[in-house]
Structure formats: structure tokens, C-alpha cells
Design a protein around this ligand. Structure first.
Ligand SMILES: Cc1cc2nc3c(=O)[nH]c(=O)nc-3n(C[C@H](O)[C@H](O)[C@H](O)COP(=O)(O)OP(=O)(O)OC[C@H]3O[C@@H](n4cnc5c(N)ncnc54)[C@H](O)[C@@H]3O)c2cc1C
Length: 454
């Protein structure tokens, strides 16, 4: 149920053009077959996003026979719907991390997030994936002076943990042509890419490498033991090891409900900017911008000259469900944000709106481990809204572990994940937290608007 009306009317959110698959990706023309009959493999990977495809590629390169089961097609989940920020440790809440696991352990998490950026940059070259990567750096930019204190404190704690960032002052922001709504910020290496092209490149590389990818093949159930048999609608696959790379969908398989919650994240994409609009914007470096709001905003230009904004309003669906439906409140908030931060683009139409699900642990840390009587079910989830780099690199870490070498970076990620609340408490807790964050962020927005109006 795509909606195609391009006449944006913020008082009528259902006029916003919702797209079921997001703005970056189509169902592939070479859809891989459904699984029919029974087969065996060394490893079964469930889910073909960054994590699943990366794991399958890394395992195949090490000589394993790998089967991937995907309920729709490679890139259907968050991997094909995100904002395309290849971002390292700057995306994480340093103070909370340090309090939760201690300074020394937190340093290792920071190292994982930053190494993961290098991993993806290397893989794009090794696998010859052209995904419009612009290594522009990412700036976490304040929209109001009241955000400076938090920004500087976060940078200071980050530096203590080994996260390399630099402060970009107002003069430099203006000299670089960053839109004037963004006053100053903290910058880290990384950049923006087209996530649809990146995940499709992983999918193509996996098929070429000999990974048996079965699409439109949801895992329906599995039996545990020294070997695991995965049942699908028309067949079954058996292997000594199963990797669950199903991210936010995992609780629906009856696993990780006590560790992660699926959170809905939304995005809007504008119509292409005209050459005049691009010139008036003057944003030469096209740096990816995120803000230090409690619920952040992200603003970026794409290689096809549209602008993509994400987040601003998060949502949680009762019972950890993940329906692929519009989130009109989020799209309206993003459209309003577009007009507030980029007044020179007033009148620019919205081309697409979409949503996807990330998985979040209560400590916002990655959730990786093994389960089952034989500890041969491996799972990876919980990289919140920063899984492009991390879930890609997880592929290498999991493949190494399966083939018998445990990378110290993986060992460092093991920790006790706090238990989630049962319903209805989890639903109430998320709704309350998101509403409170929204009220606080709106106050910041109003202060910024008032300052700009002077
Ligand atoms: C709007 C939005 C913006 C974001 N922006 C960024 C960003 O800029 N930078 C960043 O780092 N991160 C971002 N993220 C987060 C990032 O996209 C995710 O962390 C990452 O894609 C997770 O990858 P994954 O492979 O673990 O999961 P997914 O991509 O969700 O893959 C899971 C796969 O499992 C499949 N599956 C589920 N159940 C079954 C089943 N029963 N049988 C078979 N297959 C199944 C799904 O169809 C899906 O393809 C964003 C997310 C969203 C939604």
C-alpha cells in the first residue's frame, strides 16, 4: 500500500507519500528461489541484511557451505531503509556506556564501533561495491547554543574512551557551507552512502561467492540439537550451526524477547533539489549531519540530489511487533523539521516516507551471544540506529568464531544485557520516554526558532 500523492499537507499526514520498501531499494529482478525440499549446510544464516550477508560472505571465504534464509529479499529490513551514515563511536552515549560497563570495557566498545567503519570502507573496495560513498565525515551539530555543554562533555568523555572527534566552530561551519541552522558541532571520520546500493552489493557478492540464498523463505520453526533443522513453508535446511541475523524481528521467533525491543525509525526523502536550490544551500562537502537532541535528527544530501531526514520521533508497537505500516506522526515531524532547518527549501516536495525497525537493548549496547542446549545458535542484534558499520563487521567476527578463532573485539562485546520489561510495562515505558523526549526536544527547537527569528 504505497501512497503516491506528492502534495504535502502537514495538516493531513495521510497525504505524505508512504513507500513500503523505503526510498533506496526495489525488490531485485533476480529474486533468488524459495527453499524447496531438504538440504544440509555447514551453517544456516537467517536474515539477509548487513549482518546476515556479511556473515555468509565471510564464512564462504573461509571455505564453509552456507545457506541463507530470507523472509523477503536481501535488504528488505533496516539495512535497505536506513539513512546511510557510516558512523563510528560518535553515535553512542559515552557516559551511559562508561557507567554501565566501566571505563576499560567501554574503551573496547568504542574500538569496535570505530574499527567497524574501517571494515566497511575496506569491504566496499574488496567487493567492488559502488554505493555513492562520500567520506565527508559526520558532524553532530547543535541547533541551539544550549546544546554546547552536552556536546563538549560528550566529546570529553569520548576522548577518554579513545573516540577521536574534533570541535567544529561557527566560523568553520559557515566556511564549509553547512546550513546555518547547524551552529557548531563535533566531527568524526566516516561518511554517507546509499544503503540500498551497499546491501544490494553485499547480496550480489554473496550470490557470486556461492552462498545459497533463498528469498521469500521465512524461517517458520527450528528444532534444536547437535544439528539444527530449520523449517520453511516448502522445505527444510539442516546444519550444525544457525546464525540468527534477524535483528528487530528476532522476538517474533520466540528469541531475545527478554533482551531487545524493536523500535520503529522513520525517514522522509525530498524531491530532487534544483541546481538553484543546491547552489543557494552551498553545502559543498555534503557532510552527514546528526543533532544532539534526545531523539536525534539526521540531515543529508544524496548523490541524486534529494535530501533525506530521519528519526526525530521513534515508536514502539505493543508486543514487540514490526508491522510495515506508515508512521504519519513521525513523517509530519520530519517534514516540519525540514522546513525549520532549511527555510530556503520551503515548498520542496516530499518524494517518499518510510519506516523500519531497529533492535534496542535497555543499555543500548550490542547483543551478541549463543543459545540453545548445544550453544550452536548464534545471535547478533541490538546495534540500535548504528548498525551499518557494526552489523557489517559482526559478519567477520562471527565467521572467525564459527571457524574456531575468537577475535578479542568479539570477546569484548560480551556483557550482561539488562532484562526487558513484560507488557504492558514495556509499552508504557517506551511511550512515556518517547513523549518526554519529544517535549524536551520541542522546547530546544522553539528556542532555536526564536533565536533565528531575531
Ligand atoms: C530509518 C532508519 C535509519 C537508520 N539509519 C542508520 C544510519 O544512518 N547508520 C547506521 O549505522 N544505522 C542506521 N540504522 C540502523 C541500521 O539500518 C540497522 O542497525 C542495520 O541495518 C541492522 O542490520 P541487520 O542485518 O542486523 O538487520 P536487518 O537489516 O533488519 O535484517 C534482518 C533481516 O532478517 C529478515 N528476517 C526476519 N525474520 C525472518 C525470518 N523469520 N525468516 C527469514 N528472514 C527473516 C528480515 O526480512 C531482514 O531482511 C537505521 C535504521 C532505520 C530503520
Amino acid at each position: 500500500m504505497n501512497r503516491t500523492n506528492e502534495q504535502v499537507n502537514l495538516s493531513n499526514p495521510s497525504s505524505l507519500p508512504f513507500r513500503l520498501l523505503g526510498g533506496w531499494i526495489e525488490q531485485p529482478s533476480d529474486l533468488q528461489p524459495k527453499l524447496e525440499g531438504s538440504l544440509t549446510a555447514d551453517v544456516i544464516v537467517v536474515g539477509a541484511g548487513f549482518a546476515g550477508l556479511s556473515t555468509a560472505l565471510e564464512l564462504t571465504a573461509r571455505g564453509a557451505k552456507v545457506v541463507v534464509l530470507e523472509q523477503e529479499f536481501g535488504g528488505f529490513g533496516a539495512s535497505g531503509r536506513n539513512a546511510g551514515y557510516l558512523l563510528g563511536s560518535m553515535g553512542i552515549e559515552f557516559e551511559m556506556f562508561a557507567k554501565r560497563v566501566g571505563i576499560e570495557h567501554a574503551k573496547k566498545f568504542v574500538n569496535f564501533y570505530d574499527e567497524a567503519v574501517c571494515y566497511v570502507e575496506r569491504r566496499m573496495i574488496e567487493l567492488d561495491i559502488d554505493c555513492d560513498y562520500n567520506p565527508s565525515g559526520i558532524i553532530r551539530a547543535a541547533i541551539d547554543p544550549s546544546q554546547e555543554k552536552w556536546l563538549r562533555r560528550s566529546m570529553k568523555v569520548g576522548h577518554e574512551l579513545g573516540s577521536i572527534t574534533r570541535f567544529v566552530d561557527q566560523d568553520e561551519m559557515r566556511a564549509r557551507g553547512i546550513p546555518p541552522a547547524f551552529l557548531f558541532g563535533s566531527e568524526q571520520r566516516g561518511g554517507t552512502l546509499n544503503p540500498g546500493k551497499y546491501v544490494s552489493g553485499l547480496r550480489r557478492a554473496a550470490i557470486q561467492a556461492g552462498v545459497k540464498l533463498y528469498e521469500k523463505t521465512p524461517l517458520l520453526s527450528y528444532s534444536e540439537g547437535s544439528t539444527i533443522t530449520c523449517k520453511t513453508a516448502h522445505g527444510s535446511a539442516t546444519a550444525p550451526i544457525m546464525v540468527l541475523a534477524t535483528n528487530a524481528f528476532t522476538p517474533q521467533l520466540g528469541l531475545l524477547r527478554d533482551k531487545i525491543a524493536p523500535i520503529r525509525v522513520s525517514a522522509i526523502e525530498t524531491q530532487p533539489l534544483s541546481p538553484q536550490q543546491l547552489a543557494s544551500l552551498g553545502w559543498h562537502g555534503r557532510e552527514g549531519i546528526i543533532t544532539p537532541h534526545l531523539t536525534m535528527e539526521s540531515h543529508r544530501l544524496t548523490a541524486h540530489n534529494t535530501m533525506v531526514l530521519t528519526v526525530k520521533k521513534l515508536n514502539y508497537v505493543y508486543g514487540s511487533k514490526t508491522p510495515n505500516i506508515p508512521d504519519d506522526h513521525a513523517y509530519t515531524a520530519l517534514a516540519r523539521t525540514l522546513h525549520e532547518r532549511h527555510p530556503s527549501l520551503r515548498g520542496l516536495g516530499i518524494k517518499h516516507c518510510w519506516s523500519g525497525y531497529v533492535s534496542v537493548a535497555y543499555d543500548f549496547l550490542p547483543v551478541v551471544g549463543t543459545t540453545g542446549a548445544h550453544q550452536n545458535i548464534i545471535y547478533t542484534a541490538g546495534c540500535t540506529g548504528h548498525g551499518l558499520a557494526t552489523q557489517s563487521m559482526m559478519g567477520q567476527l562471527l565467521a572467525e568464531k564459527i571457524m574456531g578463532t575468537v577475535n578479542p573485539i568479539l570477546t569484548a562485546l560480551y556483557h550482561k544485557t539488562p532484562s526487558t520489561l513484560p507488557e504492558p510495562f514495556q509499552w508504557c515505558a517506551f511511550k512515556t520516554a518517547f513523549t518526554a523526549a519529544g517535549v524536551y526536544d520541542r522546547l530546544t527547537d522553539r528556542k532555536a526558532l526564536a533565536a533565528h527569528a531575531k
